[in-house]
Design a protein around this ligand. Structure first.
Ligand SMILES: [Zn+2]
Length: 232
């Protein structure tokens, strides 16, 4: 097969060649722990009042951000498959409980109409298939219209307060059958402030107090001056 690497454009049998891959930074459970909420350079900077653990593949810095961009905006399935493969490898070695259900962060109806694509949904579907975990898409809806990524931290927070609602019955049947110890993972592509996943988690625990919530994301955007920039 005649393929080229998505990052350096050299011939490569895989979407990202082994040289580029070996240069990439990945969070490692052995070094950073299996829950990044307990790892200061991440945990201190994300809102996490309502979920219990955070697993992230990498940092939202170049060149990983380029792969996310290709997946999200150019619908590059090759980029998506590579990201998902790395994430699945990571999860196969993770010591946290395996979730019963994956819940992708929803995008608004108008954005879906424009993009025809919910990248978090595609990601959750791929990862769930490889790990044997079902994925529920219609569990929540985005009610606010504005996109989060052009807003300041305080604006994001205000926006997120009203941005989501749980779908009335979608989760009831699944979770009610397992009254004790139900674990879900909310799946998103990029975590920056954590406000979005925290807001969704709050809605979940308000309705299902017994649920343990993990958050799974591809990348984390470190704040300016973060020591994490030295890792890349
Ligand atoms: Zn390469």
């Amino acid at each position: 097969m005649n393929l080229s690497c998505l990052l350096c454009y050299q011939a490569s049998p895989a979407p990202v060649c082994q040289w580029c891959e070996s240069d990439l930074f990945f969070f490692n459970d052995d070094i950073h722990g299996n829950n990044l909420l307990k790892f200061g350079p991440v945990g201190r900077h994300v809102t996490h009042r309502h979920y219990h653990s955070l697993s992230i593949l990498s940092l939202h810095t170049w060149p990983m951000s380029s792969l996310i961009h290709q997946f999200k905006f150019n619908h590059s399935l090759a980029a998506g498959k590579m990201l998902n493969k790395w994430f699945v490898d990571k999860k196969q070695h993770c010591t946290l409980s395996v979730p019963d259900l994956l819940l992708p962060v929803p995008i608004s109806a108008w954005r879906l109409a424009k993009r025809h694509y919910n990248q978090a949904g595609v990601m959750a579907e791929f990862i769930g298939k490889d790990l044997g975990i079902p994925c529920l898409h219609q569990w929540a809806i985005r009610t606010g219209a504005s996109s989060q990524h052009q807003l300041s931290k305080s604006q994001r927070k205000k926006n997120a307060e009203h941005a989501f609602a749980l779908t009335p019955y979608a989760l009831n049947d699944v979770i009610a059958q397992k009254s004790d110890k139900f674990v879900v993972a909310i799946v998103d592509d990029v975590v920056t402030t954590g406000v979005t996943v925290d807001r969704l988690s709050r809605l979940l625990v308000q309705r299902f107090p017994q649920v343990t919530i993990q958050v799974w994301a591809m990348t984390f955007t470190p704040p300016p001056k973060s020591t994490l920039y030295q890792s890349t």
